[in-house]
Design a protein around this ligand. Structure first.
Ligand SMILES: Nc1ncnc2c1ncn2[C@@H]1O[C@H](COP(=O)(O)OP(=O)(O)OP(=O)(O)O)[C@@H](O)[C@H]1O
Ligand SMILES: [Mg+2]
Length: 360
C-alpha cells in the first residue's frame, strides 16, 4: 500500500503562544511494500510524522493517502495501521498468545480464525514455541517481537515503528533489526521505521528519508544518499566517523584549505565548505601533495587506522580550528608526530556553499 503525504504540516502552539512547525510542508511518497527509514536528530519531527500517519495527531494542513484512499480525517482504528513504540507495553498478566490475540477481540474476528492468525504471527516473529509464556519471561528483544506480532495480527495496511529498538542493548538491537527486516520482507507490508540512529536506518531500510526541522532534506537508497548528499546537513548526518568539513577557498579554479592546494575545480572564485569523508584520504607516500599535516593521534582497530589531526584555526578567523579524521590502511604504520601528505579521492569530496548547499 503506497503512502502519500501532500503538503503535510503540523504546527503545535505552545502555552506562550509560540508556534512549532514540527512537520513543515512535507510532500513524500512511500512506495508500496518498502521499508522506509525516517531519520533525523531529536526534535526534527519524526514521531509527529508517524502520529499523523497513524491518526493519533490531526494535521494542521495537507492530506494523507493510503493508496487511493484519503485517510486525513479518518480515526486511527479505521486507518488499518499497526503501531510499535519504543516501549510498547505488553499486558504483563497475559501470555504471549493472549497479548497477540488481544487486538482481534475488538475486531470480532471469528474465534478459530483469531487463534490461527495468532499462531501464524508468533511463528513469523520466531516465538512459536513461547506462546504460553508471560512477558517477564522473555528478553527485551522477544518482548518487542511480541509487540510487532500484535501490530501485525490485524493485517494492517501499513506498519509504523517509532524507535522500536531503543530500549534494547547493542547486541539485541542488531538481532532484532535483522528480524524486523526479515518480517517486513516476508509480509511485504509498507513500513515506516523511525530512528535517530543513522547506522540503523542505513542498514535496515530500502530507502531513507532524512529530516531536519520538520523538512525533508533528502530521500533515496541509503548508499545513494551517503554518496550523493544534497547538502552539508545530510552529509554530516550519515557516516561514522563524520564527514570532515574544512573551510576552503576557490581561487583561479583551484581549491585551497589553509593555503594548501587540494584539487582543481570548475567553480568560480568563492569561499566554500570542503567535505571529505574519512575514507577519502590517500596517503601520498611520495610526499608531493601540498595537503600535509602533523598527526596528533593514531587509533588502530583491525585493518583500519584512524589518524586524528588537529588543525589550528588561522588568526584572521576565516578558518576554524577543526579536528579531522582520516581512515587509512593499518599497514602504513603511521605514528603520532609523523607528517603525512594526503591526496583526496574525488568521489569522496564535496563542495558546499556557506549555507551548506551542494555546489555542482
Ligand atoms: N504535543 C506537543 N506540543 C508542542 N510541541 C510539540 C508536541 N509534540 C512535539 N512537539 C515539538 O515538535 C517538534 C518535533 O517533535 P517530535 O517528537 O516529532 O520529534 P522527533 O524527531 O520524534 O524527536 P526524538 O528523536 O527526540 O523522538 C519538537 O520541537 C517538539 O518539541
Ligand atoms: Mg520521536
Amino acid at each position: 500500500m503506497e503512502i502519500k503525504m501532500l503538503d503535510l504540516t503540523k504546527i503545535f502552539v505552545s502555552k506562550d503562544k509560540r508556534e512549532v512547525h514540527a512537520v513543515d510542508h512535507v510532500d513524500l511518497t512511500i512506495p508500496s511494500g518498502k521499508l522506509i527509514g525516517l531519520l533525523g536528530p531529536s526534535g526534527c519531527g519524526k514521531s509527529t510524522t508517524l502520529y499523523l500517519l497513524a491518526g493519533l495527531l490531526r494535521q494542521t494542513q495537507g492530506q494523507i493517502y493510503f493508496g487511493e484512499d484519503e485517510v486525513s480525517d479518518m480515526p486511527p482504528e479505521k486507518r488499518g495501521i499497526g503501531l510499535v513504540f519504543q516501549n510498547y507495553a505488553l499486558y504483563p498478566h497475559m501470555t504471549v498468545r493472549e497479548n497477540i490475540l488481544f487486538p482481534l477481540e475488538n475486531l470480532k474476528v471469528e474465534k478459530e480464525e483469531a487463534k490461527k492468525r495468532t499462531i501464524e504471527m508468533a511463528q513469523l516473529v520466531g516465538l512459536g514455541e513461547m506462546l504460553d509464556r508471560k512477558p517477564k519471561e522473555l528478553s527485551g528483544g522477544q518482548q518487542q517481537r511480541v509487540a510487532i506480532a500484535r501490530a501485525l495480527v490485524k493485517k494492517p495496511r501499513v506498519l509504523l515503528l517509532d524507535e522500536p529498538l531503543s530500549n534494547l542493548d547493542a547486541r539485541l538491537r542488531l538481532q532484532t533489526r535483522e528480524e524486523i527486516k526479515r518480517i517486513q520482507r516476508e509480509t511485504k507490508i509498507t513500513t515506516v521505521f523511525v530512528t535517530h540512529d543513522q547506522e540503523e536506518a542505513m542498514s535496515i531500510s530500502d530507502e531513507i528519508v532524512v529530516m531536519k526541522d520538520g523538512v525533508i532534506q533528502q530521500m533515496g537508497e541509503p548508499q545513494h544518499v551517503y554518496d550523493h548528499p544534497q547538502n552539508l546537513f545530510v552529509a554530516q548526518f550519515l557516516g561514522t566517523p563524520q564527514i570532515n568539513v574544512f573551510n576552503g577557498v576557490v581561487k583561479n579554479k583551484k581549491i585551497y584549505v589553509n593555503d594548501m592546494f587540494i584539487s582543481k575545480t570548475t567553480l568560480e572564485d568563492q569561499t566554500v565548505k570542503v567535505g571529505v569523508r574519512p575514507e577519502g584520504f590517500i596517503v601520498d607516500l611520495e610526499k608531493k601533495s601540498e595537503f600535509k599535516f602533523e598527526i596528533d593521534l593514531v587509533e588502530t582497530i583491525g585493518r583500519d587506522t584512524t589518524l586524528i589531526i588537529e588543525v589550528p584555526g588561522n588568526e584572521g578567523g576565516l578558518l576554524d580550528k577543526i579536528t579531522f579524521k582520516a581512515i587509512v590502511d593499518a599497514s602504513l604504520k603511521i605514528k603520532a608526530g609523523d607528517w603525512v601528505h594526503f591526496n583526496i579521492k574525488p568521489e569522496k569530496m564535496y563542495l558546499f556553499d556557506l549555507e551548506g548547499k551542494l555546489l555542482k
